[in-house]
Ligand binder design. Structure first.
Ligand code: SF4
Length: 367
């Protein structure tokens, strides 16, 4: 795998998953169930685990939700992060219940004694704290627009994060991750860049309130792509107004597109045109669907490249460069393996054959 020159950050350990210090950029998500219903929350986390989620966050709006942390933890495999606003007693309960990380801003939980109590217990339990600031809560930048507004948002985010961080540092607590999210890409990118010049805590990247599956994935990928390409970011969440499983799929595809992680299979397919001689849109969608069900793919450190091309004009070139590929012709397709034609296939058999070949290759690489 190719890694960009990554910004050097401290390492923190979240229930066995290391963030920062050059560790692989991890994919996170957050449940949208009512955490008071621990069974529904566990069910959703299991779906997220299947999709490859490496760290999951739940919000704890009250003590009843916090008291469910232990039951949730017992039934899941990935580290659990508790999202808490304002009430330090909920943080203390989450720690007692065995949570792996807190997302809490110490400046928002009241007097020093409360912060000290949370920090003391977090230190004893050896769990990190994420400082997460959002532009939406910055009063000073309300109504500002244009590049000046974005710059003010970025500065405001960093200032707010530093205030929270300095509280933790004054208590000699350094197991910190930081997020500085705005719904505007320019403001978010600038904030992370300014922050990276001030402290080396690992960065949790995200564009907040980015939108639905389609628009949110594009917006998040544009913003996170800039930062990841420049070496910033140790863990990511693509926030979507959708089933959180979609966030995990999008996170892996983004990381894979930047060659930072593998989602197992990279499908290369042509956009189709008047030369297309097969129903390529349907075939690619069927293959994507089949691939999404193959759990063992996450083991592949380098993704298998599968090319699906609609004709013999540009098709053979891409198909040859892929691990496996098919270049379509009239009612047929030339099947390539590692650059060589190994047969011809009726389009109705393409997906079945490629799935077979992927499974065989995964077994071979795994043995
Ligand atoms: S590969 Fe062939 S069918 Fe696909 S877009 Fe290119 S020219 Fe058109």
């Amino acid at each position: 795998m190719k890694f960009y020159t990554r910004n050097e950050t401290r390492k923190i350990n979240v229930g066995g998953v290391v963030i920062g210090g050059g560790s692989p950029v991890s994919a996170q998500s957050m449940t949208n169930t009512d955490t008071r219903d621990w069974k529904a929350t566990v069910k959703q986390i299991k779906e997220l685990e299947e999709a490859g989620c490496e760290i999951v966050r739940v919000s704890l709006p009250d003590m009843e939700a916090a008291q469910n942390v232990c039951a949730i933890k017992k039934n899941i495999k990935i580290p659990l992060v508790a999202d808490i606003h304002f009430d330090y007693r909920i943080a203390l309960e989450a720690i007692r219940q065995g949570v792996d990380k807190l997302r809490i801003n110490p400046g928002n939980i009241g007097g020093k004694d409360r912060v000290e109590a949370v920090v003391k217990e977090a230190k004893a339990a050896n769990i990190p704290i994420r400082i997460g600031v959002n532009a939406g809560s910055l009063q000073s930048v309300r109504g500002l627009s244009g590049s000046d507004g974005n710059s003010a948002r970025a500065q405001g985010l960093v200032k707010a994060a530093m205030e929270h961080i300095e509280i933790l540092e004054s208590l000699k607590f350094y197991d910190i991750a930081v997020s500085l999210k705005a719904s505007n890409i320019a403001a978010t990118v600038e904030a992370y860049k300014i922050f990276a010049g001030k402290r080396n805590y690992p960065l949790h990247l995200g564009i907040t309130e980015s939108g639905s599956i389609f628009s949110g994935t594009i917006k998040s990928s544009a913003g996170l792509g800039i930062m990841l390409y420049e070496g910033l970011g140790d863990t990511i969440r693509i926030s979507l107004t959708a089933n959180p499983v979609e966030e995990v799929k999008a996170a892996y595809l983004l990381l894979q597109s930047l060659e930072l992680r593998s989602a197992g299979v990279e499908i290369i397919s042509c956009p189709t045109c008047s030369r297309t001689e097969v129903d390529l849109i349907k075939i690619v969608s069927q293959l994507e669907n089949e691939v999404s069900k193959m759990k063992s793919l996450k083991k592949l450190k380098t993704p298998l490249k599968i090319a699906l091309m609609g004709c013999v004009v540009n098709g053979p070139g891409e198909a040859k460069d892929a691990d496996f590929g098919i270049a379509g012709g009239k009612n047929t397709g030339a099947l390539f393996k590692n650059g060589k034609i190994i047969g011809r296939l009726d389009p109705k058999d393409w997906v079945k054959k490629l799935v077979e070949m992927i499974k065989t290759e995964v077994k071979r690489l795994d043995s």
